[in-house]
Structures are given as structure tokens and as C-alpha cells.
Design a protein around this ligand. Structure first.
Ligand code: GDP
Length: 365
């Protein structure tokens, strides 16, 4: 399953945020595995289209799609040298598909800041540097090996050497690997290194309750935005503490509380949406009388592989898919009408599934 790791310095609000996530996820009974690992939280992906489809079809069951957050606490200065629980945490980061970096943007004299004062730029640099150093070590180790192969006339090794040298240069300057421009081919060559700073990052700027409605006026948030802009990364202002409170409320109460705070959507919902995008994920739907359900795939996935998300047999026996675009279905009011109007398409094994597609798979068992 796809997962996003939550990282950040101690005392920035990671656990608070993570608890809000698991609390929100605990309401959904669809994920029995979410209790297995205390560091893994599963959340539903909020999707208005799913609600709309459910309204239209009135199925017995509505199942949203979900994905995982992993709490990766314990990253401190010196982690790349094995300090703290250093290497263990770095290896956890290696396993996730994208990173949410929580940055402290709230002042509270009762809550110690590890570096003595709230300073988002320094915090980001500290964390990034640990990841960069870990990657530098990975790249240099690999360089040594490839250099030998290159000397013996291996062409592929020569190409890899080139790429590694470029990465090494950036990392040695303290820059994350993702700022190095690589084409698809080059990315493939170094994919197995699984570099930490190659993963997409989203900054969660943790602000206090009083700042959440106008988070962008907070000078700390502005600093985070500037840094993120330089890396092409996104920022989601959030108040971990408020989210923890929201997570304890139910439907109506939740809406009222959000309104009081001057928010349209909970920060958590925004964070989930942004993380979903960060991972390059899209949603397709299956819609029957029994169940209307959302499924997650990576952008660019073809129909048989999309079907495999439901069941591997669906991929193996794939014959074709019947597809209606979400907008078309809503406009027609029913699948029968969509069929009548010719808006239900038959697609084969090379069809690239689009966000919002409503799919019925035909397959041999
Ligand atoms: P972690 O070490 O990054 O996991 O940080 P925690 O989530 O444990 O938070 C550290 C402390 O900061 C806890 O006492 C939280 O209650 C507090 N905290 C977290 N978010 C906020 C916030 O937005 N405002 C304030 N004032 N305190 C917060």
C-alpha cells in the first residue's frame, strides 16, 4: 500500500497530528489492519464525488478509499551518523512513498523547542541535512563500485557514474536529490538506491489555534512557503492541536466547530488531499446497488492493473472495461441513461484510467 511518512524535529506536533489522523481513521471500520502497527494510521480520503454517487445510486454500502500515514518520530540532528535512533528512522523513511515534514510555526513557552527557539528555516535545514547526508553516503558508496565497473569498460556503469556524480555534487552542497534534473531514463537507473531526498515532500506548517484562519499572515508560515517554493514543494498550514480536537467531534458538531474557526475544511482533509496529489494518486469508482466504492491508483495506470486493485483475478482474466466519466454519469442521472446516450464506453487493456472514471470490469475467471 502507498504510504506517507510524517517527519520533523521533536516537539513540533507530529504525534498530535498523527493522533488526530488515527482518531479520524479509527471511525472507519473498514481497515482492520490499522490496529496492527501503532505507527501506521489509515485515513479515508474525503471525496465529494463519492457522496454524490451514493446519493444517486443509493447503494447498501459506501466505501471511501484510504491511505496510510506512518509516524516516523525520532529524527534528530546527527541521525545520519547513527545518533539517537538514527539509522532505524532513516530506514523507515526509505519505505514510504512521500514525506510530510511537520514544521513548528507556533509559539508556546511551555513547550521546549529542541533548538531553543521557533525557527522554521533552521528546523527544515536540520532535517533536510540529515536526509541529505544519508543520501550522500549511499551515493558515494555506489559511486565507488560503479567507478570500478566503469574502468573495465562497462557502458551502463559509465552512464550511472555520470548520474551519480551529478547527485553527489548537489548533495555535497546540502541540496536534496530531487532538485537534480533527471529524465525518466536516468531516474530508472538510480531508482534502486531509493534516495530519501528524492521523495516528494509536503510541508505541514503547524500553527496555533488563533492563527489557523489566517495562517499566511504568520511570518513563520511565510518562511516555510519561501523555502517550499524554492524546492517546488507544497505547504499546508494546519493546527495539529485543533485537528486533534476536531477528530473527536462527530458530523454536525464538527461542521459547527470548523465554522467557528473560519474554516471550510479541516486541515486534515486538506492535508490528505495534498498528500494524495503528492503521491500522484487518482481515484476511480465502482458503482452498483450493493456498493459504491472509491479505489486508489497511480496516475497513468491501465485498466487491467487498475482492476487488480480490487482483485488480482480481475487483472489476470481481464477482457474489457465499461467506463463512464463521473461528470457524464451525474449529467445522465443513471448508468442506464448513460448507456442509452452512448456515454458508456468499452475500453480495452491499453486504456489509461482517468480520475473519476466509473468502471465495470469484465473478466474471465
Ligand atoms: P512531536 O514530538 O513532534 O511528536 O510533538 P507532539 O505532538 O508531542 O507535541 C509536542 C507538544 O506541543 C505537545 O505538548 C503538544 O500538545 C504541543 N502542541 C502541538 N501542536 C501544538 C499547537 O498547535 N499549539 C500549541 N500551543 N501546542 C501544540
Amino acid at each position: 500500500a502507498l504510504a506517507t511518512g510524517i517527519v520533523g524535529l521533536p516537539n513540533v506536533g507530529k504525534s498530535t497530528l498523527f493522533n488526530a489522523i488515527t482518531q479520524a481513521g479509527a471511525e472507519s471500520a473498514n481497515y482492520p489492519f490499522c490496529t496492527i502497527d501503532p505507527n501506521v494510521g489509515v485515513v479515508d480520503v474525503p471525496d465529494k464525488r463519492l457522496d454524490k454517487l451514493a446519493e444517486l445510486i443509493k447503494p447498501q454500502r459506501v466505501v471511501p478509499t484510504s491511505f496510510q500515514f506512518v509516524d516516523i518520530a525520532g529524527l534528530v540532528k546527527g541521525a545520519s551518523r547513527g545518533e539517537g535512533l538514527g539509522n532505524k528512522f532513516l530506514s523507515h523513511i526509505r519505505e514510504v512513498d512521500a514525506i510530510i515534514h511537520v514544521v513548528r510555526c507556533f509559539e508556546d513557552e511551555n513547550i521546549t523547542h529542541v533548538a531553543g527557539k521557533v525557527d522554521p528555516a533552521a528546523d527544515i535545514e536540520t532535517i533536510t541535512l540529515e536526509l541529505v547526508l544519508a543520501d550522500l553516503e549511499t551515493v558515494e558508496k555506489r559511486l565507488e563500485r560503479v567507478q570500478k565497473q566503469k574502468k573495465s569498460g562497462d557502458k551502463a556503469a559509465a552512464q550511472e557514474y555520470d548520474i551519480l556524480a551529478r547527485l553527489q555534487q548537489a548533495l555535497a552542497e546540502g541540496k536534496p536529490a530531487r532538485v537534480v534534473e533527471l529524465d525518466q531514463e536516468e531516474r530508472k537507473v538510480i531508482k534502486s538506491l531509493n534516495l530519501l531526498t528524492m521523495k516528494n515532500v509536503l510541508y505541514a506548517a503547524n500553527v496555533s489555534e488563533k492563527d489557523i484562519a489566517n495562517a499566511d499572515e504568520n511570518p513563520y508560515v511565510q518562511v516555510v512557503r519561501e523555502i517550499a517554493a524554492g524546492e517546488g514543494a507544497e505547504v499546508v498550514p494546519i493546527s495539529a492541536q485543533v485537528e486533534a480536537e476536531i477528530a473527536e467531534l462527530e458530523g454536525d458538531e464538527r461542521a459547527m466547530f470548523l465554522e467557528e474557526l473560519g474554516l471550510e475544511q479541516s486541515g486534515l482533509d486538506r492535508l490528505i488531499g495534498a498528500a494524495y496529489k503528492l503521491l500522484g494518486l487518482i481515484t476511480y469508482f465502482t458503482a452498483g446497488e450493493k456498493e459504491v466504492r472509491a479505489w486508489t491508483i497511480r496516475e497513468g495506470t491501465k485498466a487491467p492493473q487498475a482492476a487488480a486493485v480490487i482483485h488480482t483475478d480481475f487483472e489476470r482474466g481481464f477482457i474489457r472495461a465499461e467506463v463512464t466519466a463521473y461528470e457524464d454519469l451525474i449529467a445522465c442521472g443513471s448508468q442506464a441513461m448513460a448507456r442509452e446516450k452512448g456515454l458508456l464506453r468499452l475500453e480495452g487493456k491499453d486504456y489509461v484510467v482517468q480520475d473519476g472514471d466509473i468502471m465495470t470490469f469484465r473478466f474471465n475467471v
